[in-house]
Design a protein around this ligand. Structure first.
Ligand SMILES: *[C@@H]1O[C@H](CO)[C@@H](O)[C@H](O)[C@H]1NC(C)=O
Ligand SMILES: *[C@@H]1O[C@H](CO)[C@@H](O)[C@H](O)[C@H]1NC(C)=O
Ligand SMILES: *[C@@H]1O[C@H](CO)[C@@H](O)[C@H](O)[C@H]1NC(C)=O
Ligand SMILES: *[C@@H]1O[C@H](CO)[C@@H](O)[C@H](O)[C@H]1NC(C)=O
Ligand SMILES: [Zn+2]
Length: 443
């Protein structure tokens, strides 16, 4: 036994471990660059754009093939700190990065996750806001907004109402990023409450607003996703941990039921980017003191990892023509849960459909042709870091090069506005009234 080497190893691991302090832009960049250098075979660091003040919006990608998409490997993302004064998520994502890269090849669960998933991590979407806050403060402070004083979680196109606010560089960068990758699952990390909140954040009577909620056709999946996160966080799952706040049974809520908002990022992901996103509120205090950070890491580590695994729910595959040429831009939906902007195959002809175990009919439609229906049974037993694989061959003759590439059915305007409704008025909740009066915002 080589004790000297053992001690050196222990010493090195202590020296190199990421500390539990807040990392401002420079320190965060240094850490990310150092990870990208030390673990270059499984990471890729890139900036998706710049904030108003010119700070880079860094994304670190972790995966066996970090530099590009591989067929069959789903794209996952975490985005934190879009509200600059909500700081816990930012530090948790740095610790998550460290945990992933240092356990690759050691912990079989993490190794499998890295083998089968491309994980994109953005510790801060609003670096200017973070730098604008002077010191820890549990309540709202002016770093919530970006440098131009826009709330980035009100800055996206909205599926239910016109959102006429001026689009900010941080938002533009994220929208461009969502076009470049075909993300399947995502979470957006916030603070000021303790709850996992799922779409929709806005709504119309046809999505349930007369009953003080706004639900998607994938509500069972979203509830599962939110429970997956909340049930592994000992304080979140209690549902009433934050004083002077509403109670959330099991630490889960529909976004609209809590309070409606216009122009949020999670609704945008679901409607226009084919990506299921939930909003995670991780701390009663928006900007807690540094001493609390180890506790937050402890409470969230298992949830953060288990949530990434959910990208392997359901069924995935490629759609081919009869010559086995992959078909991009073909509509692939689960029957009876079609999206208002139909989900389509990516440029490799791939689809990923997040559904829970059960029997489903997959409806594959090439515009101008008859739908092609395929039955699938998703087994009860959890898949081993892979969704059920089901390639679909279409019986078409000849090339289908006439499939339109753009998606004219999905302009960035209120698509749900004209859905049939049963009554004219929506009922604002008492909580919404209080929120507006007191100016306390979380998500
Ligand atoms: C990268 O390696 C260098 C040299 O061993 C070490 O000093 C540094 O802490 C490492 N950084 C990370 C993030 O692992
Ligand atoms: C927002 O823009 C839409 C479309 O351009 C327009 O119809 C609407 O009146 C505008 N609303 C406000 C409040 O400016
Ligand atoms: C299949 O999808 C197409 C396009 O979204 C839709 O028009 C059609 O009604 C669907 N057919 C079935 C049987 O669900
Ligand atoms: C699932 O993953 C485990 C852990 O690496 C592995 O040992 C096992 O063989 C895998 N099972 C299947 C069915 O692929
Ligand atoms: Zn927030």
């Amino acid at each position: 036994m080589d004790f000297a080497r053992l001690w050196l190893g222990l010493l090195l691991s202590l020296v190199t471990a990421l500390d539990f302090n807040y990392h401002h832009q420079e320190a965060m960049e240094a850490f990310l660059k150092s990870v990208a250098q030390n673990y270059s075979s499984i990471t890729q660091l890139h900036s998706i754009g710049k904030s108003v003040k010119g700070r880079n919006l860094w994304v670190l990608v972790v995966g066996r093939f970090p530099k590009e998409h591989r067929i069959g490997i789903p794209e996952f993302k975490y985005v934190a700190n879009m509200h600059g004064d909500e700081t816990v998520g930012r530090e948790l994502l740095l610790h998550l990065i460290e945990h992933l890269v240092t356990n690759d090849g050691k912990d079989p669960e993490i190794t499998n996750l890295i083998d089968g998933t491309r994980i994109h991590i953005m510790p801060s979407m609003n670096p200017d806001g973070f730098e604008a806050v002077r010191k820890p403060d549990c309540f709202y402070s002016n770093g919530r907004e970006n440098y131009n004083l826009y709330d980035l979680n009100r800055n996206f196109p909205d599926a239910f109402e016109f959102n006429n606010v001026s689009r900010q560089p941080e938002t533009e960068a994220v929208m461009k990023w969502l076009k470049m990758e075909t993300f399947v699952l995502s979470a957006n990390l916030h603070g000021g409450a303790l709850v996992a909140s799922y779409p929709f954040d806005n709504g119309v009577p046809a999505t349930g607003t007369l009953h003080s909620r706004s639900l998607t056709p994938d509500d069972d999946v979203f509830q599962h996703l939110a429970h997956t996160y909340a049930s592994r966080n000992p304080n979140m799952k209690k549902g009433d941990h934050c004083k002077n706040n509403v109670n959330f049974p099991n630490g889960v809520t529909n976004g609209y039921s809590w309070y409606p908002l216009l122009g949020g990022m999670q609704d945008y992901n679901y409607v226009w980017a084919q990506c299921f996103e939930i909003t995670l509120e991780l701390s009663c205090c928006k900007y807690p003191r540094e001493e609390k950070l180890p506790l937050f890491w402890n409470d969230n580590k298992a949830s953060l990892i288990e949530y990434i695994k959910q990208v392997h729910l359901g069924v995935k595959g490629q759609v081919f023509d009869h010559n086995r040429i992959p078909l991009p831009n073909v509509i692939v939906e689960v029957q009876d849960r079609s999206h208002i902007c139909p989900y389509k195959t990516n440029r490799f002809g791939e689809y990923y459909l997040l559904v829970l175990p059960g029997s489903y009919v997959i409806n594959v439609t090439v515009p101008g042709h008859e739908p092609h229906l395929t039955k699938v049974v998703i087994p009860e037993k959890t898949q081993n870091f892979s969704a059920l694989k089901k390639d679909i061959l279409l019986p078409f003759q000849g090339q289908l090069d006439s499939i339109p590439v753009s998606n004219p059915s999905c302009p960035m305007s209120p698509l749900y506005r004209n859905l049939r409704s049963h009554s004219a008025a929506t009922k604002p909740s008492l909580f919404l009234f209080l929120v507006t009066v007191l100016h306390i915002f979380f998500k």
